[in-house]
Write a protein that binds this ligand. Structure first.
Ligand code: ZN
Length: 347
């Protein structure tokens, strides 16, 4: 993998905010802060077409984020009213939080994959999902204090406002409706069910959202008690193999080239974590909860240093690996009084 966003990578190392940049003719990146998150910013992309601009991932819903987005647009000399479309790689609040605001101010339509739109609808119907969440966390073996921390953290960071549904739906392979632009959607489920990448076929740039990031692996989380998103994610990695775009434009961190080597590393990471998870269960010898396993997995930081939302992501990540191991017949799951216990199957 080769870093091409050198100013962005430099800023990342110095823990600074990267500059607004013209990526190439007709394409700009604007960093938009994510409040209370170590990822620090989303890279919002603007792509010019014959009658305006497409905006990809408008960022987190917060006055400071809005300020950064509008100041960034001004620096690029792009009036907000010239934005005709908001494309959402996935409906996480750090990407989709400000979409409604952009639509209000510009009249742009908002588009995402149907599976992502369903996800937004479900979230709105369930509200904060506190009851469902409590049941899920008990099943994972999480202590009660964990849920309390999560709820407090969300309230403080303003991430609980419901997000808007799509005005238009984008399917795999669709060309985005923007005159003179050849921007094609690639459906890459895994990080979320309806995650999309966008390939600018003219400039040979691939916008990868959170599916492919240069430094970290995106969270692949079972957010319920039955899904197997890791299987989806691994086939979504395969889907991008061989495209080898000139440059990869991710939603966080920095731009880079040589996508295939990054795909290889990401697949290897999950293979290793599958092995580690199975080894933890084999060594334990008795049923383990997802929480117990999560405390033993090698994360980028010690378990005791992880914030509540990072632990939440970690449990989801452990579950997605357990589901994949289960699909391969290597581990078994048992439900004991509402608590899920996992064991390795004897070879
Ligand atoms: Zn993100």
């Amino acid at each position: 993998m080769q870093v091409t966003g050198t100013l962005q990578a430099q800023a990342w190392r110095r823990a600074e905010f990267p500059p607004v940049e013209r990526v190439t003719g007709g394409v700009w990146s604007v960093p938009v802060p994510i409040i209370g998150n170590p990822l620090r910013y989303v890279l919002t992309y603007l792509i010019e077409h014959d009658s305006g601009f497409v905006m990809v991932d408008p960022g987190w819903n917060h006055p400071d984020s809005w300020q950064a987005l509008t100041a960034g647009l001004a620096a690029c000399e792009i009036p907000l009213t010239a934005v005709t479309a908001v494309l959402v790689t996935h409906a996480h609040p750090d990407h989709h939080g400000q979409s409604a605001h952009v639509r209000e101010q510009s009249g742009a339509w908002i588009a995402m994959h149907p599976a992502e739109d369903r996800f937004v609808q479900l979230q709105a119907e369930r509200g904060l999902m506190r009851d469902g969440m409590a049941m899920y966390l008990q099943w994972c073996g999480a202590p009660a204090s964990h849920l309390e921390e999560l709820v407090t953290n969300r309230r403080e960071n303003g991430g609980i406002t419901p997000m808007v549904r799509a005005d238009r739906l984008i399917e795999h392979g669709d060309l985005i409706d923007a005159p003179g632009l050849r921007l094609r959607a690639v459906w890459t489920p895994g990080h979320t069910p309806g995650h999309l990448c966008f390939h600018d076929e003219t400039r040979d740039l691939l916008l990868t959202g959170d599916h492919i990031l240069p430094r970290i692996t995106p969270n692949i989380s079972s957010y319920d008690m039955s899904s197997n998103p890791l299987a989806d994610y691994l086939s979504s990695l395969d889907k991008l193999r061989g495209i080898q775009p000139r440059e990869v434009l991710p939603a966080h961190e920095y731009r880079f080239a040589d996508l295939d080597s990054r795909l290889h590393d990401l697949a290897a990471h999950h293979r290793e974590r599958l092995v580690e998870t199975e080894e933890i269960l084999t060594a334990a010898g008795s049923g383990q909860t997802a929480w117990q396993i999560a405390t033993q997995v090698t994360w980028s930081r010690a378990w005791t240093e992880l914030a509540s939302f990072q632990r939440q992501a970690a449990i989801g990540e452990v579950l997605s690996h357990l589901r994949q191991l289960q699909a391969r017949g290597l581990v078994a799951e048992a439900d004991t009084d509402g608590i899920g216990l996992w064991t390795a199957k004897a070879a």
